[in-house]
Design a protein around this ligand. Structure first.
Ligand SMILES: Cc1ncc(COP(=O)(O)O)c(C=O)c1O
Length: 406
């Protein structure tokens, strides 16, 4: 692990591309993580949503220096398993800053959470509530409700969350079982396109707060999940989300009426995407086996089995985020196909006009931290395993305070 200061990520990529710096081979692909970007995102979040504490969804990019920076700056972490909980506890995170946000928890993992004092967990079914009553009756539970997430890149409510009617029944059951339901959680879907999804979910939450009081439960916590974009060019912007969330909180949960309300969120993509750049190498070029789509094929050492898993993880990034290190000016463009490195015919990254490349060229894949290396495998032994942590001075200078230190 390296941490160095560079002016830009491109300068860092040039540096690491021509120095082994712990890689086995000079042409191995590698990741760059810009911690200054992470700190900037956190500062911006705190400015925009002072009532909402982010609990980083580490599933999006479980990179320890990034997590350490966030927790040292006051964030908590959303964990889904024993392994994730262990990772953050080892970093020194206090158990009350962990939310075990998995609505179907493995019993041994629950017992592990219990033995480490991690009490806060989500549920969305009768069976899970009964399981928690049996194995961890002192837990503090957040009832996860469905949201309108159909338009989101990942429609999480298709699978997770109770409907409002089910939620009424679950609150009654929790009260009957003597379980400590402390609040409501939701997720508007990853890559949310619709700010009003937050307004609706917060209004449903308020209804459930009111109902809970009628069955003897005093709710005091909201977990507003993730869904915020990772790329700052994508709309709706975090400012737009923040404005809807702040207005809804002020209207539905005014501080005067809810003085001890604790509001957390579980952003993953927001912190992970832009902080990371993947640098891969062109390892092959051939003019055979082409068809009318393309007259040249390139092979690079990252593909759909290592970093870009369409449908379950990150799709191949937009072209504005992909370019050749050193620029492509003066290179002729040809209809080309870019393959990943494995023996699978489906390992296709793109078929489009691409600048002429040669073996040894480096491709920069910007804004690719979220749901890439956390999901990808090592099929055929490919996939970057080296991470270089940097601080870009340009970004650090944009802020008035000192650069982050990890
Ligand atoms: C329970 C939960 N929380 C948080 C997240 C993070 O979402 P995002 O990356 O959209 O912020 C996810 C993503 O799948 C999730 O399932």
């Amino acid at each position: 692990m390296y941490k160095m200061e560079f002016t830009t990520v491109d300068e860092a990529a040039e540096h690491f591309a021509s120095n082994l710096n712990g890689r086995k081979n000079i042409d191995d692909s590698f990741w760059i993580c810009d911690l200054a970007d992470v700190k900037n995102k956190l500062d911006r979040w705190n400015e925009l949503m002072p009532r909402v504490t982010p609990f980083y969804a580490m599933k999006s990019a479980p990179h320890l220096p990034l997590i350490k920076l966030l927790i040292d700056s006051g964030a908590g972490v959303d964990c889904a398993s024993q392994q994730e909980m262990d990772a953050v506890l080892r970093l020194g995170l206090s158990p009350d800053r962990v939310v075990y946000s998995n609505t179907a928890k493995q019993i041994s993992h629950v017992l592990h959470a219990k033995s480490h004092g991690i009490k806060l967990a989500t549920f969305d079914s009768r069976e899970e509530l009964e399981k928690m009553k049996q194995v961890f009756p002192e837990s503090e539970l957040l009832l996860r409700i469905k949201t309108d997430s159909k338009e989101s890149y990942f429609d999480l409510s298709e699978r997770f969350g109770a409907t409002i009617e089910e939620s009424f029944a679950l609150l009654e059951l929790a009260s009957h079982l003597g379980m400590n339901v402390v609040g409501i959680s939701f997720h508007v879907g990853s890559g949310c396109k619709n700010t009003s999804a937050f307004a609706t979910a917060l209004s449903d939450s308020r209804r459930l707060f009111d109902y809970a009081a009628t069955v003897g439960l005093r709710l005091k916590m909201l977990d507003i999940g993730g869904g915020f974009h990772g790329s700052m060019n994508k709309s709706p912007s975090v400012e737009k989300f923040a404005s809807v969330i702040n207005d809804s909180l002020d209207e539905l949960f005014p501080a005067i009426e809810y003085p001890d309300l604790r509001v957390i969120s579980e952003p993953g993509r927001y912190f992970a995407s832009e902080a990371f750049t993947l640098v891969s190498s062109i390892i092959g070029k051939q003019k055979t086996y082409c068809n009318e789509d393309h007259s040249v094929s390139y092979v690079t050492n990252e593909g759909v089995f290592s970093s870009f898993l369409p449908k379950i993880g990150a799709p191949v990034p937009d072209m504005e985020d992909v370019y050749i290190l050193g620029g492509d000016s003066g290179r002729k463009c040809t209809k080309a196909r870019l393959y990943g490195p494995t023996c699978a015919n489906t390992d296709v990254l793109m078929t489009r006009l691409l600048p002429d490349m040669t073996v040894g060229d480096r491709i920069l894949w910007k804004n690719t931290g979220a749901y890439t290396f956390s999901i990808g495998g090592k099929f055929n032994g490919f996939g970057a395993s080296m991470f270089y942590d940097i601080i870009t001075a340009d970004i650090a200078r944009m802020r008035s305070e000192t650069p982050p230190s990890v």
